[in-house]
Design a protein around this ligand. Structure first.
Ligand SMILES: NC(=O)C1=CN([C@@H]2O[C@H](COP(=O)(O)OP(=O)(O)OC[C@H]3O[C@@H](n4cnc5c(N)ncnc54)[C@H](O)[C@@H]3O)[C@@H](O)[C@H]2O)C=CC1
Ligand SMILES: O=C([O-])CC(=O)C(=O)O
Length: 340
């Protein structure tokens, strides 16, 4: 048997954690053939709950789950890990924006960035789920710099990508497996820009542009993006309003999709949305953790180049970029650093 991948889930006693750990353990991310050791981290007051999750995972009797470790300190959590799902952070409540969590959550990611640098493998790959996800990932990467390359850090916009794909499928009268190349640009926040102008729909066996498959351009420029919040941009807030808790099942599934594609690659001709450090593509300031369309091969992502952006798209991308720059400066200040 190959040596197992060590996979860390932080916030493993929380609601996303509860959905996520089973999907990883049963092979949805790294494949059913890949042995896994799951490392579950939460804060000391959650130790008993965490132990309950550990017992349940053992009781699932999964063939390739070779170990489950429940820990409450960063050294045990981060030592020698291959992948980190950084979920543990405070969720927002009704009426809040995700950036309202910045002051409370950013320090967690400063500390975990330093712990990654000290204890993890230099090849470790990281997805930040805890909100505000892009800015937390920026801070985490900053404090791991010198040990783990910035390109190993990402933030999750796959949930927004999945939400957008599902809406296009419903409007086009197909199942979601027939929709590809939707793009989420920018921040995982209400300024994100869900863009279908490069998306494709397989309708009755032939591939057509999503815009013509949907057949409602007015909806694509307004209702699809955010009609009283029920579709993409503000979907998270709508779920909180209905459930009184933020998305968990769909967030866990999206985190699995994100790491699955990073590990296995994207199919030829397809791209997915992933928030990664900007290299200046599309005029986005370098280093900002920004959601782009990416293709993935051999564990390396590449930002899709050369997509044409019309004035509507440029305007939306400028708004989300401005918000990310403001969040970055606020986060640096909260970490006691000067602005960039
Ligand atoms: N990027 C995205 O698309 C999404 C992000 N989220 C975010 O994910 C985060 C987690 O959400 P839920 O699981 O619903 O929250 P939750 O409150 O159910 O669970 C969070 C867990 O994290 C733990 N935690 C807090 N500080 C920690 C630390 N320093 N180290 C380890 N664990 C720690 C808590 O004790 C708790 O068990 C929130 O910030 C939420 O806003 C949620 C949905 C989608
Ligand atoms: O909206 C929230 O606070 C949770 C989240 O990030 C989402 O559901 O997209």
């Amino acid at each position: 048997m190959a040596s197992p991948l060590r996979v860390l889930v932080t916030g493993a006693a929380g609601q996303i954690g509860y959905s996520l750990v089973l999907q990883i353990a049963k092979g949805d991310v790294f494949g059913k053939e890949t042995p896994i050791v799951l490392v579950l981290l939460d804060i000391p007051p959650m130790a008993a709950v965490l132990e309950g999750v550990q017992f349940e995972l053992t009781d699932c009797a999964l063939a390739n789950l070779t170990g489950v470790e429940a820990v409450t300190n960063e050294k045990d959590a981060f030592t020698n890990i291959d992948y980190a799902f950084l979920v543990g952070a405070m969720p927002r409540k009704e009426g809040m924006e995700r950036k309202d969590l910045l002051a409370a959550n950013v320090r967690i990611f400063k500390s975990q960035g330093a712990a990654l640098a000290e204890f993890a493998k230099p090849t470790t790959k990281v997805i930040v789920v805890g909100n505000p996800a892009n800015t937390n990932a920026f801070i985490c990467a900053k404090y791991a710099a010198g040990k783990i390359p910035a390109r190993n850090f990402s933030a999750m916009t796959r949930l927004d990508h999945n939400r957008a794909s599902a809406q296009v499928a419903i409007k086009s009268g197909v199942t979601v497996g027939n929709v590809k190349n939707v793009i989420i640009w920018g921040n995982h926040s209400s300024t994100q820009f869900p863009d279908v102008s490069h998306a494709k729909v397989n309708k009755n066996g032939s591939e057509v542009d999503a815009v013509s498959a949907v057949g409602d351009s007015a909806w694509l420029q307004s209702g699809f993006i955010s009609v009283r919040g029920v579709t993409v941009q503000k979907r998270g807030a709508v779920i909180i309003e209905r459930r009184k808790l933020s998305s968990a099942m769909s967030a866990a599934k999206a985190a699995c999709d994100h790491i699955h594609d990073w590990y296995k690659g994207t199919p030829a001709g397809s791209f997915v949305s992933m928030a990664v450090p900007s290299d200046g593509s599309y005029g986005i300031p370098e280093g900002l953790i920004f959601s782009f369309p990416v293709t993935i091969s051999n564990g390396e992502w590449k930002i899709v180049q050369g997509l044409e952006l019309n004035d509507f798209a440029k305007e939306k991308i400028a708004v989300t970029t401005k918000e990310l720059l403001e969040e970055r400066d606020e986060a640096l200040a909260a970490c006691g650093e000067s602005k960039q």
